[in-house]
Design a binder for this molecule. Structure first.
Ligand SMILES: CC(C)(COP(=O)(O)OP(=O)(O)OC[C@H]1O[C@@H](n2cnc3c(N)ncnc32)[C@H](O)[C@@H]1OP(=O)(O)O)[C@@H](O)C(=O)NCCC(=O)NCCS
Length: 167
């Protein structure tokens, strides 16, 4: 278990592997912050597939962030990531995304891919900051809302030194 930095109110937040015990809290948080929340069964599927599933948990046992990434052949796909609104802009989102890059580097895989809504400038800023580049735009990819929205497909090449990201 890794100890991350303390928040403004000195609450300790740890980065852990997501397990069944976290699921209800992850689903609740996702409902609160995601534009298209996942069902519980979607998270269960990732646990069963043994994807790279991570959670941020504070000292009171509250889940305050999560990241789910799946390995497909030799490419990692960051499927979802979120941080509770009360601890944003403190580096936790960056940490969750860097975590999968490190995992890929340790695995000797070369690429991390993701899709993000074109309107989600905050997330796009985050990904660019970590070295993701825009690969292409998928027109009208998000169809669940009343107005379809484009997806921005982003790619981060994994470097050998990414293994040492948090050491
Ligand atoms: C996107 C999200 C995970 C970022 O989490 P976070 O913990 O606040 O992000 P960080 O503190 O690590 O920020 C890292 C960088 O992202 C960018 N960023 C984060 N918040 C931003 C904001 N409000 N405005 C502009 N850029 C922002 C900045 O480049 C920031 O670096 P800086 O603080 O040094 O300027 C969070 O906003 C979130 O959960 N959003 C809702 C769910 C979501 O959109 N997920 C992505 C789906 S693809």
């Amino acid at each position: 278990m890794l100890l991350l930095k303390k928040s403004t109110f000195a609450v300790r937040i740890n980065l852990e592997y997501m397990g069944r015990k976290h699921l209800d809290k992850v689903v609740d948080l996702d409902k609160k912050i995601a534009q298209n929340p996942w069902s519980k069964s979607m998270f269960i599927e990732e646990l069963e597939l043994q994807s790279f599933n991570r959670v941020l948990v504070n000292e009171y046992g509250d889940v305050c962030g999560y990241g789910v990434s799946r390995l497909q052949v030799d490419e990692w796909h960051l499927l979802t990531v979120g941080v509770d609104s009360n601890i944003r802009r403190q580096g936790y989102g960056k940490r969750l995304v860097e975590d999968v890059i490190r995992k890929a580097a340790l695995n000797l895989d070369k690429t991390v891919l993701l899709e993000v809504r074109a309107s989600n400038e905050i997330a796009i800023n985050l990904y660019k900051k970590i070295g993701f580049e825009i690969l292409h735009i998928r027109k009208n990819y998000y169809k669940s809302s009343t107005t379809p929205e484009n997806a921005v497909v982003m790619k981060r090449l994994v470097k050998e030194r990414d293994c040492e990201m948090f050491s």
